[in-house]
Ligand binder design. Structure first.
Ligand SMILES: [Fe+2]
Length: 190
């Protein structure tokens, strides 16, 4: 009786183990897609607000372009699964009320910095889980395409925060100067 129940358990584990592992990677991969589209919507919210205020047109442009880039990242993740005949579930994108109603540019930049950190952290989880499951094409894709872009985006946002913190006495002037720069130049694509 004991030996038969052990062998049944063994069969169940052998059959369902790949499924259990697949669910693990699939789950963090779906979270990654959700975070990319969430970031896109949040940046679009910021861009719209700044644009309607009519003061920081450079930052409005920056956030509009960042929104497009985040959407492209989400699409890249979807495309990677599409060509491998894998499917994911797309979940609700909910923006917190305080972010949706944010008015202050410095708060927006800080929120964007935190968001980029969260996106980066989950990307690391996808990389780790893919490695655990020996899904090396996904490991390669995350390392060479997604992580490279995300590291650059994170560095850019954290540099903005550092510049603001180091010029806390002249934030208004600094923001005007940064805005002028952003108006002139094409924002580098992370
Ligand atoms: Fe991204």
């Amino acid at each position: 009786m004991v030996s038969s129940s052990v062998s049944v358990s063994t069969i169940i584990i052998v059959i369902f183990l790949p499924l259990i592992y697949t669910t693990g990677l699939k789950s963090v991969y779906e979270v990654q897609i959700q975070k990319e589209f969430l970031a896109s919507n949040i940046y679009l919210t910021f861009a719209h607000r700044l644009s309607s205020h009519g003061v920081y047109h450079g930052f409005a442009k920056f956030f509009f372009e960042s929104a497009e880039e985040e959407r492209d990242h989400g699409k890249e993740l979807l495309d990677f699964y599409n060509v491998r005949n894998r499917e994911v579930l797309l979940y609700d994108i909910n923006i917190d009320d305080n972010i949706a109603k944010m008015e202050d540019l410095v708060e927006m930049i800080r929120a964007a910095d935190q968001l980029e950190k969260q996106v980066y952290d989950n990307l690391i989880q996808v990389r780790l889980q893919a490695n655990t499951e020996k899904d090396y094409p996904t490991v390669h894709f995350i390392e060479t395409v997604m992580l490279e872009e995300q590291t650059t985006a994170l560095k850019y946002m954290s540099d903005l925060v550092k510049r603001i913190e180091r010029n806390s006495d002249n934030v208004a002037i600094l923001l005007q100067m940064m805005d002028q720069d952003l108006r002139k130049k094409q924002v580098k694509k992370p």
